[in-house]
Design a protein around this ligand. Sequence first.
Ligand SMILES: [Zn+2]
Length: 257
Amino acid sequence: MVSRTTEDYEKLALAGCEAICEPAFWAGFDRSSAAGFYDYFRQLTEYEPKRAAKFGIKHFSWLCINPKEADDPGFAREVMSIIPQFLDCPTVLGIGEIGLNKNTRNELMIFEEHVQLAMDRNLPILIHTPHLEDKLKGTRLILDSLASFSKLDRGKVIVDHVEEHTISHVLDAGYWAGMTLYPESKCTPNRAIDMLEIYGPERLWMNSACDWGISDPLAVPRCALEMKKRSHSAAAIEQIIYRNPKRFLSQSAKFIL
Ligand SMILES: [Zn+2]
């Protein structure tokens, strides 16, 4: 987790975490060259698995140029040309987190080129949806775009950061939906549990936001505790925090626990 401390890995290990999958995302600043991404992909595929392994945690990653830095197609394609040389790394699961940030035409074009890359390699896809007021519009744009890929295996795609107003769009279209948990803003544990109770656990998982804002790597175990308080069974908790992500991620042959 490039944005987190080593102590966070230790806390996750103490909470019983077996594996982490980390998407390629924004570094807190826009990188000045494609070489910056080459170094970042090395960090994700070489250093972070070693750092996690010290605590008995398996570390997997997703690669892409994130939507926040993908609005310049020339630059984005330069970065994308680096990705194939990392795709055979033993811990790289697929392409992500791709998606939209400001819902621009360029972002959408680069998004579609990433989807094609994933399909060409038969890889799972992790999709970021924009936060706050652009979320519904961005989710609709993403789903419309995905619908144009007639050969896409929808079961291999997870649309992340769903909220109450977008989750049904994603599930109804046949994709997996990810609920990204934050301590206070966006989706909190209790809101995630509300959605789980309404929509059921099929094709749904939750993940802890571990970004540059206020976020908490232990958000998933905290949510599990909250589920227990709300009388969810141990089996139901295990399904949403363990078996579901394992089922989705095992579509990559590299995901072995
Ligand atoms: Zn994201």
